[in-house]
Design a binder for this molecule. Structure first.
Ligand code: NDP
Length: 286
């Protein structure tokens, strides 16, 4: 029986720790604020933005909402980011992705001051991570490191395999595991014999975006399995969304020593680490 890594509980612990830090900063006269920009009204994005606002409220971070119409031009968005970069009372800037097709996402990410880049997507943040300098770290992989550590699992010297090489999950995940002294292998769609590689993993992180792709055949006995994937498979009779990950949970759970469920594993950690980055911004901006 695998230990279930409870992301809901761990994210709550982190948020409570942050709440205390924010209260202490406030007592010193320092208020933290996060600007959240959404362009258009994509349903999923609105849910994510709403959850971020709620988390800010819980922790005591002021959130400034910019809900811009779909037809906002790239120039208008860049101008807003420029203004927010210059405002001393704004600590973090987050642009909810994806943006409408007429706006160049890379240009927008690069326009954010790296000292306010709480999503950790700016090339300077990514570069800093890869050479071990201070900077913001992409929230989902940072959350996974917290999940592993707070579950009492040591990364140092372990064989770590990351499946997926996206800029927001796979690549920063590999860098973070390396920073923790794991021996890291990154797999992708061209990996010749995926099973042979994943079978070596003491810690297996899966971020491929394919429902239940990783079955027990891919997993070594006693491995720690982290499932980043999230897929909506339908709606239950009671109207709740049926979710699953990239890992076939029922098949893998009996083999693993520890595993993250979907939902309730990696998902809740992303927002907790965004809040953590907002709090850290105060230190970086000093
Ligand atoms: P991307 O689609 O950007 O990347 C998927 C990666 O998986 C690519 O590198 C791709 O390889 C690789 N891949 C695809 N098929 C295979 C295969 N058959 N074998 C090996 N590798 C394969 O996805 P993301 O990283 O953005 O997201 C991955 C999953 O995580 C999604 O389900 C997403 O919804 C979820 N997610 C969850 C978050 C959370 O907070 N819980 C946050 C972010 C994402 P190649 O590069 O060769 O194409």
């Amino acid at each position: 029986m695998a230990k279930i890594i409870d992301g809901k509980l761990i994210s709550k612990q982190i948020k409570d720790e942050l709440k205390e830090k924010v209260a202490a900063l406030r007592a010193e006269g320092k208020e933290i604020s996060l600007a959240v920009i959404q362009v258009g009204n994509d349903g999923a994005s609105s849910v994510y933005v709403g959850n971020k606002k709620k988390a800010c409220e819980y922790i005591g971070i002021k959130s400034l909402a910019y809900e811009l119409p779909e037809e906002t031009t790239e120039a208008e968005l860049l101008e807003l980011i420029g203004n927010l970069n210059n405002r001393a009372d704004v600590n973090g800037i987050l642009v909810q992705l994806p943006l409408p097709g007429h706006i160049d996402e890379d240009k927008v990410i690069k326009a954010i001051d790296p000292l306010k880049d709480v999503d950790g997507f700016h090339p300077q943040s990514v570069g800093a991570l890869s050479i071990g300098q201070k900077g913001f770290v992409s929230c989902t992989p940072a959350g996974i490191i917290e999940l592993i550590k707070r579950s009492g699992i040591d990364i140092s010297g372990k064989e770590c395999v990351v499946v997926g090489r996206s800029n927001i999950v796979g690549k920063p995940m590999a860098m973070l595991l390396l920073r923790e002294n794991g021996t890291v292998t990154v797999c992708h769609s061209r990996t010749a014999d995926l099973k042979a590689v994943t079978k070596r993993a003491d810690i297996l992180v899966v971020a491929i975006g394919k429902p239940k792709f990783i079955t027990g055949e891919y997993v070594k006995d006693g491995a720690v399995v982290i499932d980043v994937g999230i897929h909506r498979m339908g709606v239950s009779e009671s109207g709740k969304a049926i979710l699953c990950g990239d890992v076939d949970y029922d098949d893998v759970e009996p083999i693993a020593s520890a595993i993250t469920p979907v939902p309730g594993g990696v998902g809740p950690m992303t927002i907790a680490m965004l809040m953590n980055n907002c709090v850290e911004s105060v230190e970086l901006q000093k």
